[in-house]
Structure formats: structure tokens, C-alpha cells
Design a protein around this ligand. Structure first.
Ligand code: GTP
Ligand code: MG
Length: 395
């Protein structure tokens, strides 16, 4: 699973990325600081079955702190996008190509309105943050439309003669974009275009592109720089009706660094932190920490952790499952207890999980055992959040 961090330049995408992954990346108050995409790993939290099962886990692909699993999720920080990027403006559409593999998008916006549509700094309240939301959706849709249109006319004529289904033609255009045929089918149904696909014009293609993006790359809005935002700006963006969350990426990054330096105790996702030894701090540090504490109280935290979790568990509707080799000891081959936590879409089956562990395990699947209940389940068993599963396959 990969989440793309997108938005206009200078809104705090790299700050968000760095705070979530703790990877050192370039951050600066001017547009186009990031040119090459940054790839890294962030974490989402989910209750580990160790407590409920009364066992001590030895995590391998993830971490477990006090019965809370920290499960890895891939993040991608791309270059800023300006209006008409799809036609090559700004850094152009190269970075749009970086987003091909993304399963969901976090649109980081400057809710303070202190940067214009191209990311040039100004004062809070000068720019309408709703524009940051609308232009981005349009740019991505226009980019998808260009991909759809490439070679479409010729294919449409052949398809008309052969009677090929339109979703097959479109899926072929969008190969490599992580869009499924069934998602395209849903998008076509929503647009309801003429049956004769040779009649599909630019407007129809745009409507299809908008729907394909909405279905295949759902988007959450991170209302960043909330610490300096006029209160009414947050309401304006909320009123658009999209899934959104208030964020303060700079605060999250500062707190994580202060935690690593032993200045504060801060657990990501919490709405408070504690100062370890205030006697050692200078006045500037004290003021900065007080300012951060006040903003966090106002918004219930920095929003970074919640944003990732909303994206994973609400937008993508992922659940967590734990494959094991021994259903009695809950261990893998090496005796590690509940080693791996996998994020998988709700509705996935035991066989889907087998394929996720290893192609061979999927191909040679015989049956599975629900390790919590010790019941045997079949290939079509629909996994539940927190399931511990042993897969039995042919050797
Ligand atoms: N006040 C405030 N400033 C922030 C916040 N997050 C980031 N910034 C500042 O915004 C500026 C831009 O941050 P970046 O992370 O480089 O932004 P970006 O979106 O990656 O920019 P490009 O790579 O140029 O597209 C920097 O000066 C950050 O310190 C925040 O939550 N609050
Ligand atoms: Mg950047």
C-alpha cells in the first residue's frame, strides 16, 4: 500500500513526510524545494492481538508498544503541482507519473492562506485555501484524461467493430496506474456516456477521469499550517464536504526531534506531550513548546498520525491481519510470535492473504486455520480485523 503526498508547492508536504517517516529531506519556505520524489515508510496504529491472547509478541515487520501495533505504510513525497502542470507548467507532469503506484492521496493544503496558488509566500489570510483543493483535483483529472486519450480514437473504432467492452479499452490505457477494471466500470456507470464509444468527446473523457481518480485514488485533505490559520479558513475548507483533517506538520516534526533529543516525551498521535526537564531550557525553547502545546490542545494533536490512519482505515478501508505458521503458538518459522502485521483491504479472503505472503502460497492454497478460534476456514473465508491466520498449502 502506498500513499502519495500531493499538493501545490510550499504547503508542507516534505515537512509532513519527514515528520511521518523521520527521513531527513529538504524543507524550505519557497516553491519547488522538492524536485525528485522522496519515498519512505510511515506507521499506522492498530490494536495488536497480543494482549487479548495473553502472549508476548516478537514483531518483525512492525513494532508493538503497549499492545499497539505500529504497521508500516509506504509514503511518497512528490514535487509541488501548479495549475496547468498537466501541460508541463512548473515542474510539469513528471511527478504525476511518480503517483502511478499510489493507492490513496493526501492533499496537503496551506489552510492559513499564506501562500498563493504557485506557492509564493505571503501573509496568512491572503489566499483562499479552497482553491488548493479544487485545482489539484482538476489537474490530476486532466492528467488522467490525457493518458486516456492517448491512442483512444483508433482503439475506439476497432472496439466498436469488434464489440469490445469500454472498460477493457480504458483499463488498457491506464495500465500501470493501479486502476482496476471494476473501478473503471463503476466510473463509466456514474458518467453514463453514449454506448457508441467513438462518440466520447473531451468532456465525457474528463468526467470519466474525474470519477476514475475519485474511485481509484481517494483523497484526504490535510489542512496544514493550522497553527497560523485564521479560524474561518478551516470552516471554509470543511464546508467543501471532502474528508479533511487539521494538521500542523512543523509541530509534529519539531516534537519528534525534541523527543529524540530527550527534551520532551511525545508519543505520535497524542494531543499532549510533557517537558522532561524545563530547567535546562532557554526562554525561546520554553515559549516555542508552550505555543505548540496550546495549538495541540486547540486541535487535539498535530493531526499527522490521525491523517495517515484516516487514509488507511477510513478511506482505503484496510484491516490488519497476522499470518502465522503455528496456530497454537502464534509463531512463524523462526518461532517469532505474531511476527508480521499486514494491511489488506476489508473483504479480502484467506486466499488473498496467502497471495500477499507469497505467490506460491496462494497458488498451492489448501485451507487455512483461524488461530484465535482454531477453526478451519476455506479459501473464500472473509478476513476480519485482527485475525491471526495459518495458511496450509501443498508443498
Ligand atoms: N506554520 C507552519 N509552517 C509549516 C508547517 N508545515 C510546514 N511549514 C513550513 O512551510 C514551508 C514549506 O515546507 P515544505 O515541507 O518544504 O513544503 P513542500 O510542500 O514540500 O514544498 P515544495 O517541495 O516546494 O513543493 C517551510 O518553511 C516549512 O517550515 C506547519 O504546520 N505550520
Ligand atoms: Mg517538498
Amino acid at each position: 500500500m502506498q500513499i502519495g503526498i500531493v499538493g501545490k508547492p510550499n504547503v508542507g508536504k516534505s515537512t509532513f513526510f519527514s515528520a511521518a517517516t523521520m527521513a531527513p529531506v529538504e524543507i524550505a519556505n519557497y516553491p519547488f524545494t522538492t524536485i525528485e520524489a522522496n519515498k519512505g515508510v510511515g506507521y499506522v496504529r492498530s490494536k495488536c492481538p497480543c494482549k487479548e491472547l495473553g502472549i508476548k509478541c516478537t514483531p518483525h515487520n512492525s513494532g508493538c508498544v503497549d499492545g499497539i501495533r505500529m504497521i508500516p505504510i509506504e509514503l511518497l513525497d512528490v514535487a509541488g503541482l501548479v495549475p496547468d502542470a498537466w501541460q508541463g507548467k512548473g515542474l510539469g507532469n513528471q511527478f504525476l507519473d511518480d503517483l502511478r503506484q499510489a493507492d490513496a492521496l493526501i492533499n496537503v493544503i496551506d489552510v492559513s492562506g499564506s501562500t498563493d496558488i504557485e506557492g509564493v509566500p505571503g501573509k496568512p489570510g491572503e489566499h483562499d485555501p479552497r482553491e488548493d483543493v479544487e485545482f489539484l483535483k482538476k489537474e490530476i483529472a486532466l492528467w488522467i484524461r490525457e493518458i486516456l486519450k492517448n491512442g483512444f480514437n483508433r482503439m475506439a473504432r476497432t472496439a466498436k467493430i469488434k464489440g469490445t467492452k469500454p472498460e477493457i479499452i480504458l483499463a488498457d490505457r491506464l495500465a500501470g496506474l493501479k486502476v482496476t477494471e471494476s473501478q473503471i466500470k463503476t466510473a463509466i456507470k456514474d458518467v453514463n456516456p453514449p454506448e457508441d464509444i467513438t462518440l466520447w468527446d473531451d468532456d465525457i473523457m474528463l468526467a470519466l477521469a474525474i470519477n476514475i481518480r475519485r474511485i481509484s485514488k481517494p483523497m484526504i485533505i490535510a489542512m496544514n499550517k493550522a497553527d497560523i490559520a485564521p479560524a474561518e479558513n478551516i470552516d471554509l475548507v470543511k464546508n467543501i464536504g471532502d474528508i479533511s483533517i487539521v494538521t500542523m506538520a512543523e509541530t509534529e516534526l519539531a516534537l519528534k526531534k525534541a523527543h529524540d533529543m530527550g527534551i520532551v516525551n511525545y508519543i505520535p498521535g497524542k494531543s499532549t506531550f510533557s517537558v522532561k526537564n524545563s530547567a535546562t531550557l532557554n526562554d525561546n525553547q520554553k515559549h516555542a513548546l508552550e505555543y505548540m502545546a496550546k495549538n495541540m490542545e486547540k486541535y487535539g494533536g498535530t493531526g499527522i498520525q490521525s491523517c495517515l490512519e484516516k487514509a488507511a482505515f477510513e478511506m482505503l478501508d484496510l484491516i490488519t491481519v497476522y499470518p502465522v505458521e503455528d496456530e497454537n503458538k502464534f509463531t512463524d518459522h523462526f518461532g517469532r510470535v505474531l511476527p508480521d502485521a499486514f494491511l489488506i483491504p476489508r473483504g479480502s479472503t484467506a486466499r488473498d492473504l496467502a497471495y500477499k505472503v507469497h505467490t506460491d502460497l496462494g497458488d498451492k492454497f489448501i485451507r487455512a486455520v483461524n488461530a484465535k478460534t482454531k477453526r478451519t476456514v476455506g479459501a473464500d473465508y472473509e478476513l476480519l480485523d485482527g485475525d491471526v491466520i495459518r495458511i496450509i498449502a501443498n508443498r
